[in-house]
Design a protein around this ligand. Structure first.
Ligand code: HEM
Length: 443
């Protein structure tokens, strides 16, 4: 720590540029980009009550996610994320985190995920069947429907269709509750207006746990199969209380559908903006699927679509920042970090760092095709890295390919020209939505 230097801070001139950028772009991300350009890839924000260290690039990412991870922790008791998710794997540290993660990983590995492809397709079709030919659809809303039906139907084995409308508002309120807001600078501020929605979520989730325990108890003990879905799997672990299971399934529900919603909506937005890429990707889908449904094997062969998804995750990573608290005084890449400091590893800025990417602001899926760019490890981290890397990465990627392949197979899409900007909610969303005209293709 002794030879480490304090993090640089922005001077008044940069402050003015940041304010102008904020007014122009309507996005806090634009402000962070200006700070990075003016001050460098490591800096401290110095607002009253909010002084995080913002760190950008592979060296910092590797330190936070892997090599110095024990100097950082996730859990922050005053944070609404912790208040809502309680003992969810996302907000636990140390042994408890590792135990919860170890309990859930078996059902989220690729071979298990692949088994859900037919169900992913069926739920996608259910939403697409509602699209009238020639209508304009808000893909932010439609992709949330798809992601929720898929998450609940596959990972919890719950038919969510009948509850979707009733639970829509409580789910959105729960997401709003943990989205960045004034609570960051005023952690104990009163937050009225959430109680009812959060109680509704809890009632729903505890009912699911109780119902599943009962239906398993009714089965003949010899007939119990290893669980294919997460809820059944958790219920069968003797140490898991109803409270602890509620915490995990709420964590997975939020982390597992809000991110996929954002990824799908952003990818459709980018395709709507880049007609040539959309047509190239559609040709691949038609060739590989040959008119049949997307199967587990076929989605593995959709290389152009895979590159489009990766490039979408680069430009608009749904989790755009890795948040941590410094657990003990430490030094990272020569900068001192004091215990208690909030650290923001900016995935968004790493993905647009011109030291490592050619034309970082451009949408160029080719960079992820064979022979494309090779930035250093830990520059591209849409799913994080190390022992806290996204537990649902395989699920999210298979799901994205099934859903997008099916949309391209069944519809042509046309952007209707409504402006979109990145909004920092619980995930980075295309705000106010992605409006596309959908036209059915001949079967
Ligand atoms: C496009 C979709 C997704 C993206 C971009 C994404 C991104 C991420 C990232 C960047 C992290 C690490 C955060 C950090 O280091 O602070 C993470 C962690 C996590 N993700 Fe995802 N995620 C996605 C989908 C999912 C899905 C489908 C699930 C569950 C089914 C899921 C569950 C989780 C959980 C539980 C963690 C915490 C893991 C831990 O702390 O050990 N995510 N995700």
């Amino acid at each position: 720590m002794s030879s480490a230097k304090p993090l640089p801070v922005a001077g008044p001139e940069t402050g003015l540029k940041v304010l102008r950028g904020l007014a122009r772009e309507r996005s806090l991300l634009a402000a962070l980009e200006i700070m990075r350009d003016e001050v460098g890839p490591a800096f401290q924000i110095t607002l009253p009550g909010f002084q995080p260290a913002v760190l950008v690039g592979p060296e910092h990412n590797r330190g936070i996610m892997v090599s110095q991870r024990d100097s950082f922790r996730w859990r922050s008791p005053s944070d609404p994320v912790t208040k809502l998710l309680r003992h969810g794997v996302l907000v636990e540290d140390g042994e408890m985190h590792d135990r919860l993660r170890g309990a859930m990983e078996p059902v989220l590995q690729k071979p298990q995920v692949i088994r859900h492809v037919p169900a992913m397709l069926a739920y996608t079709d259910r939403v697409l069947d509602r699209w009238a030919d020639g209508s304009v659809q808000n893909m932010l809303v439609e992709m949330r429907r798809v992601a929720l039906l898929i998450f609940m139907g596959t990972l919890l084995d719950v038919e969510f269709g009948p509850d979707l409308e009733r639970m829509w508002e409580p789910i959105l309120r729960s997401i709003k509750y943990i989205s960045p807001g004034l609570w960051i600078v005023w952690p104990n501020m009163p937050r009225p207006g959430y109680e009812r929605a959060l109680a509704q979520m809890d009632d729903y989730l505890y009912d699911l746990v109780r119902d599943r325990r009962q239906s398993l108890a009714r089965r003949d003990a010899t007939g119990v199969q290893p669980a294919a879905d997460l809820l059944t799997h958790l219920v069968q672990i003797p140490e898991m209380s109803d409270d602890l299971i509620r915490d995990q399934i709420l964590t997975m529900l939020i982390a597992g559908h809000d991110t996929s919603t954002a990824l799908l909506a952003w990818t459709l937005y980018l395709l709507g903006q880049h007609h040539d890429v959309m047509e190239r990707t559609r040709r691949e889908v038609d060739n590989v699927l040959g008119g049949g449904p997307p199967t587990a094997e076929a989605v593995n062969n959709l290389y152009s679509l895979d590159a489009v998804i990766k490039e979408s995750l680069r430009l608009y990573p749904p989790i755009h920042v890795g948040n941590r608290l410094v657990a003990e005084d430490t030094a990272l890449s020569g900068y001192e970090l004091r215990a208690g400091t909030r650290v923001m590893a900016s995935i968004y800025l790493s993905h647009r760092d011109e030291r490592y990417w050619e034309e970082p602001q451009a949408f160029r899926p080719e960079r992820f095709e064979r022979g494309g760019e090779r930035p250093p490890a830990f520059t591209y981290v849409p799913f994080g890295g190390g022992p806290r890397a996204c537990i649902g990465a395989a699920f999210a990627q298979v799901e994205a390919k099934v859903v997008l392949a099916r949309i391209l197979q069944r519809f042509t899409l046309e952007d209707v020209g409504r402006p979109v900007w990145p909004y920092m909610g619980a995930t980075l969303e295309p705000h106010p939505g992605v409006f596309l005209r959908v036209k059915r293709r001949p079967a």
